[in-house]
Every structure is written in C-alpha cells, then in structure tokens.
Design a protein around this ligand. Sequence first.
Ligand code: NAD
Length: 256
Amino acid sequence: MTKIAITGALGRMGTLVIQEAAKVKDMQLVAGLDAIGAGATLPGGIVVRDACELESVLKESKPDVLIDFTIAKAAVGNVCTAASLGIDLVVGTTGFSAEQHSQMKGAIEGHVAAVITPNFALGVNVFWKLVADAAAALRDYDIEIIEAHHNQKRDAPSGTALATVQAIKTALGEREVVYGREGVMPRGKEIGVHAVRGGDIVGDHTVLFAGAGERLEIKHQAHSRTAFASGAVRAADWVAGKEPGIYTMADVLKSR
Ligand SMILES: NC(=O)c1ccc[n+]([C@@H]2O[C@H](COP(=O)([O-])OP(=O)(O)OC[C@H]3O[C@@H](n4cnc5c(N)ncnc54)[C@H](O)[C@@H]3O)[C@@H](O)[C@H]2O)c1
C-alpha cells in the first residue's frame, strides 16, 4: 500500500490526481493540503488542511509520498519539509528558477527519492526523444518551439518547452535561446521559443525544424489533464522506497 499526501489538493491538477489515485487498488490518500479552502472534504472523507500546517500534517498522517502541484515558491518549501521527514516526492509544479532547483536538489539528494518533471504525460516523454533524434539529424535547420496553454497559467515559457530546449541542447550542444521576437532581429543559429496563452488550452507543444524547401513539425497536444494526473500517480507508486536521488519520468517509464 502506497500512502500519499497532496499539496495543491484543491487545484486543477490536485483534484485530478486524487481522482486517479482512487482508481489504484494499492494507493491510499492520507492527507490533502491547500493554501485556500481548508476544511473542504476530499474523496475518502479526508479534510483539506491549511498549507501552513504541512509539517504537523505529514507527521500525523505519515505518507510514503508527497505529490506537489502548487506554485514554484511553495513547492520548494514543501519539498524541503517532506525531505526532512524522509518522505519521498513527486513534483509536478513548474516555473522554478535555477536557484530554486538547486535548493530542492540539496534537500532531496542523499535523503529521499523524488520524481520531478514538468510533464507526466506518456506522449510527451516520447516527444522529447523524437525531438532529440530530429535535432541530431537536422543539425543545420532552424528550430522554433511554440507552446500554447490556458489563460490561467502563471509561468512562461512552459516547463515542458524548457525541457524541450534542454533535449535539443543535449543533442546539438549549447545554443542561444531567443524568447519571442520583436523589432529588427535577424535569425542566427538560436532556438526560438514562443508562448501562446488563451482560453482553456490544456497544453500544446510544437517543435518546428525548417530548412531549404521543407519543414518538419513534431507536435504533442494534451486533450485533458488526466494524462498528467495518471502519470503523476504512476510516478508516486514507482518512487516510494526507491534509493535517494532525483528521477525523471523516463526512469518511471523504463520500468514498465
Ligand atoms: N508536471 C505536469 O505534468 C503538469 C501538468 C499540469 C500542470 N502542471 C503544473 O502544476 C502546477 C499546478 O497547476 P494547476 O493547473 O493545478 O494550478 P492551480 O492554480 O489550479 O492549483 C494550484 C493549487 O495550489 C494551491 N497552493 C498554492 N500554494 C500552496 C501551498 N503552499 N501549499 C499547498 N497548496 C498551495 C493553490 O491554492 C491551488 O489550489 C503549475 O505549476 C503547473 O504548471 C504540471
């Protein structure tokens, strides 16, 4: 039995993760916390606790894994608290600065196991591989990444777009990255990154490779957040009790 707690329990992702976890026979929700809405009842009769009570709630409910879908600043604190109590982690929150990443790394390494990824969808993990292969094969083509998300998304570009930049750099070596263009901007060998925000778009990512007389586009579109939520639940099931360290969704998927 894997016991889970969720921070951001009343958010778009938290709500779905709870629904997906309920479908897994050997998984039990033992706590849910949110910055807003304490007192609400979650499936299974769990009462949402205020975010500021995290440490005492984790000590009382003793989850094996904390799943975090909140905001970057809050997630760093949540990760540090859980890691100090020996609780493994699944972190879906995006928008971390390099400093926040290294703070989390310091708290996790040598203490607990954590899966951290900006995108839990199975298809996106294949998308990253396809993009890296295409980049290696089309080294001289111009590369543009275009992502689109709903109008409530706080961070831009998306964590998935940034991970896509990283996948391309791993294949091609270091490259300049240009975020949007305005005015006189002759194109060099940069990777262009563009963020579109509107309506209820769940999450689209396209990588365009343009050369003389042709272009190749590799595209992933999430139709619903369920793809992310079920991946996060699977990651929680996988990470519980693993050797301390930071893992990616590729590690989870390898073990199918
Ligand atoms: N990794 C993925 O696959 C994936 C998929 C979708 C979204 N996301 C990311 O997950 C995060 C959440 O997305 P969302 O759409 O659910 O947002 P949301 O705004 O719907 O939910 C976030 C929730 O976190 C709560 N919160 C804020 N601070 C908190 C704290 N200190 N402790 C506990 N709860 C706190 C908010 O009150 C809110 O209910 C974002 O960073 C988003 O980019 C990741």
